[in-house]
Design a binder for this molecule. Structure first.
Ligand code: COA
Length: 259
């Protein structure tokens, strides 16, 4: 989990879905050692590997809330996989999954956009245009539910910074493509989430360019690496193709566990 995953998910979906969410923290002497976030019947959890035994408590809490609920972990989180198996869960190998990708920021190519297009970061007063750009890119399968208010929430949540929220502006003033990066300053890693390009502007290298521009800004802000977590299965290959074309390389994948 990157702090940006939590910030994005909470800001963009709280207005619609918070009534189905339950969260809990486990602490020891004021130090948080685990947390669980149940979004309806789906659990995300973080447990300090040095306190692996607490994973069983998080799962017991979730099972009471959602006995038929499912759990996502990263395949390399051995302590969580062991706790899931001990609690009777098994992995669903046919389920869609996400693959973590990383890129070092030391050697980034320069972004290039076609003549007439401009690369820049957003401004705090551009909520409506930023929201419209998100909806334009994210309505291929069904109209995006992301409202202006959701995007206003994103743009006012910590650790959002408009200097890391980049757009390609088309000659007519449209925001054709966007890339938002969340900067975890403690670990020097940015998370790219989300990226989009409106259908009329696709396959001109705009998503590539806006990503690169945002990654350069992230490096200038002091980070050393960036990560992104596109679908890794073949049901949605375009996102990982985009990130790999920029130089992101795949690492661990998520796994879904069923009771
Ligand atoms: C994925 C998306 C951002 C790509 O935007 P784009 O501006 O068309 O991408 P680019 O032109 O910069 O493409 C760069 C490379 O990515 C890969 N790529 C992009 N779209 C692709 C597609 N539909 N199928 C396969 N590969 C694709 C290709 O390698 C491409 O290089 P090429 O055109 O020389 O083959 C856009 O289709 C979109 O907004 N989709 C919906 C939202 C989404 O899935 N976002 C990404 C996940 S956060």
């Amino acid at each position: 989990m990157h702090i940006g995953d939590v910030a994005w998910e909470r800001a963009v979906n709280a207005g619609r879905s918070a009534h189905t969410w339950r969260t809990a923290c486990w602490d020891d002497g004021g130090q948080v050692i685990a947390w669980g976030w149940a979004e309806g019947d789906h659990l995300s959890l973080v447990v300090d590997p040095d306190r692996a035994e607490v994973a069983a408590d998080v799962l017991a809490w979730f099972q009471e809330l959602a006995p038929a609920g499912v759990v996502s972990v990263l395949e390399t989180e051995d302590h969580l996989v062991a706790a899931l198996e001990a609690a009777g869960y098994h992995s669903d190998d046919a389920a869609p999954f996400f693959t973590h990708h990383r890129i070092p920021l030391s050697d980034l190519p320069a972004p290039v956009v076609p003549d007439g297009f401009t690369l820049r970061h957003t401004r705090p007063d551009e909520v409506e245009k930023r929201a419209a750009a998100h909806r334009a890119a994210w309505s291929d399968l069904a109209p995006s539910k992301v409202s202006d208010a959701d995007v206003a929430a994103v743009m006012s949540t910590w650790p959002y910074e408009s200097e890391l929220d980049w757009i390609v502006e088309a000659p007519n003033g449209d925001f054709a493509a966007t890339a938002l990066i969340w900067h975890d300053k403690l670990h020097g890693i940015g998370l790219v989430e989300p990226v989009g390009c409106a259908p009329p502007y696709r396959r001109q290298g705009l998503a590539q360019a806006v990503n690169l521009a945002a990654l350069h800004a992230l490096r200038e802000a002091g980070a050393t690496d960036a990560m992104v977590c596109p679908r890794g299965d073949d049901g949605y290959p375009q996102a990982r193709a985009l990130y790999q074309s920029i130089g992101f390389r795949p690492g661990a994948r998520t796994a879904l566990y069923l009771p």
